[in-house]
Design a protein around this ligand. Sequence first.
Ligand SMILES: Cc1cc2nc3c(=O)[nH]c(=O)nc-3n(C[C@H](O)[C@H](O)[C@H](O)COP(=O)(O)OP(=O)(O)OC[C@H]3O[C@@H](n4cnc5c(N)ncnc54)[C@H](O)[C@@H]3O)c2cc1C
Ligand code: FES
Length: 334
Amino acid sequence: MVEVVDETDDAVSIALAVPDHLVSRFRYHPGQFLTIKIPTDRPGGAARCYSLSSSPHFENDLIVTVKRTPGGYASNWLCDNARPGLSLTVMTPSGNFTPKSLDGDLLLVGAGSGITPLISIAKSALVGGTATVYLLYANRDRRSTIFGTELHDMVTEFPTRFTVEHWFESDQGLPTAEGLMRSLELFSAYDAYLCGPAPFMEAARSALHGIGLPDAHVHVERYRSLSGDPFADVIIPSDTSAETVSATVELAGRRIELDWPRDTKLLDVLLSKGYDAPFSCREGECSACACTVRSGEVSMLKNDTLVDADLSLGLTLACQSVPVSESVEIAFDQ
Ligand SMILES: Cc1cc2nc3c(=O)[nH]c(=O)nc-3n(C[C@H](O)[C@H](O)[C@H](O)COP(=O)(O)OP(=O)(O)OC[C@H]3O[C@@H](n4cnc5c(N)ncnc54)[C@H](O)[C@@H]3O)c2cc1C
Ligand code: FES
């Protein structure tokens, strides 16, 4: 950890320097997040995801911005204990809340700490693309607004490409779908990225629906705490009597042949054999482990992230997939 900056009374930005030999593994896209192991004596550990607020286009350090959750463990631990010199265990960046292109026009709609991935997307599009970016940003009041000064400076630097509309609850009340529709009605041809507390997201989604923005153009990042420990080692009992199917897995340019036990999730099989398969939450919530079923059939025990459009492309979550057919062919091609 190289620097800690107080952003507001209850939010800090933490800059992490990546050791030289890991730099290539920590390359990221704007909108992605890090999973951080928070020191704790709690059984099961405490792992939490934090979106990167830095831009991979011009910032060397990886910066996360953490807002205190009242009564929460990890956010308060980080706000109280983060200081230069502290080391943290962190997974490589993941997540698919990231624009395919930085040249198409972007509508960013956020509230509170939801600004974190949005400012990374905005900075990256302004510096690394040609997009016009419109940000609607809701907060309690001006004082609680994270990145208020930085956003103002960005508008000054890119006056024709970047617009910020602040919504202060202290002046306008809580954002409603009708109110948001009035602010967003000109942007029905943009690609929308939404991040904020659940009630805000609900209002924003129905506002976007109301202005006629197709669902396929609405991208959502949902904040929540992980309940399990994705840092824990995966050990599959060697005496399992479960029947196996044959699997062919394409991973990082390699073709791997496996016996896949019917009762074991694909990601667990791969990790237990030492393969470097991508993952973050291991709980079916982030899609870092998404892969394509090329042939055969699998079933997912849980899926809180892939939408119908993803499923129709044959995507599945390796951390939740067990085999159904006698043989399966899968590719990590996302
Ligand atoms: C992809 C992603 C990106 C994220 N990015 C960011 C970001 O950029 N910035 C950010 O600040 N956050 C971000 N988050 C949220 C973050 O991961 C944490 O969820 C958040 O910091 C709260 O964690 P916590 O440990 O402080 O709270 P927790 O300890 O998980 O508690 C959360 C809430 O539950 C309550 N609670 C806890 N235990 C119990 C219990 N036993 N019974 C009843 N209530 C209980 C707490 O009082 C609190 O209100 C992101 C999440 C995801 C998934
Ligand atoms: S690792 Fe998060 S959904 Fe599989």
